[in-house]
Design a protein around this ligand. Structure first.
Ligand SMILES: [Mg+2]
Length: 188
């Protein structure tokens, strides 16, 4: 059975562009993005739940969620989500394994996935992938982070680095096992 597990940020979702967009939206709403980020850090986590909660204290929950998630599907463009239909045809099962919180799935709502695993650190991501690998020996795992890809390879999981949403700095030293364009996944 052909099975693929995907990271979310910078694989399915253009996180860098999203952050630029959020910053602009915050400005338009007279909120300071950096303040919200640093307040989140003070509360222990710079995750979406904490950030949305902080903004909700000013705007209410509905407006806060709209601020973060309205038109969020724009940030699928040029990533794996854009070729989801052929991807769905190629693989019997598609899973997402992502570090973050419950709001992560809002970024990709509408995609027909077989499961989304939200964990709180990269180590747990590797553990989830290992469990999937045991069940599905042909598992392929895609992530943008070299350390995660290498950890998967060390566990004998076929793993490739996604380059398409990385900034210039992070594109400098790709792993041997990398894909430049999302569409290349259809050829492996
Ligand atoms: Mg990522």
């Amino acid at each position: 059975m052909s099975v693929i597990a995907l990271d979310l940020d910078r694989v399915l979702f253009d996180t860098n562009k999203y952050l630029v967009f959020l910053r602009k939206k915050f400005e338009e709403t007279n909120l300071n993005f950096d303040d919200v980020v640093s307040k989140s850090a003070d509360r222990g986590r710079k995750d979406l739940t904490t950030m949305v909660n902080i903004v909700a204290e000013e705007l209410g929950k509905e407006r806060a969620e709209n601020l973060f998630f309205e038109n969020v599907e724009t940030f699928w463009k040029n990533g794996l989500a854009e070729i989801f239909k052929p991807l769905r045809e190629k693989f019997d099962k598609i899973f997402v394994i992502t570090v973050g919180d419950g709001y992560q799935s809002r970024k990709i709502s509408g995609l027909d996935l077989d499961g989304i695993f939200v964990v709180d650190c990269d180590d747990k991501k590797v553990k989830v992938a290992c469990a999937l690998h045991e069940k599905y020996p042909d598992l392929i795992f895609i992530d943008d982070k070299p350390s995660v890809v290498n950890a998967m390879i060390a566990k004998d999981i076929k793993s490739l680095q996604a380059m398409w949403f990385l900034d210039e700095e992070h594109r400098k030293n790709p792993l041997d096992a990398h894909l430049n364009k999302a569409v290349e996944i259809l050829e492996i």
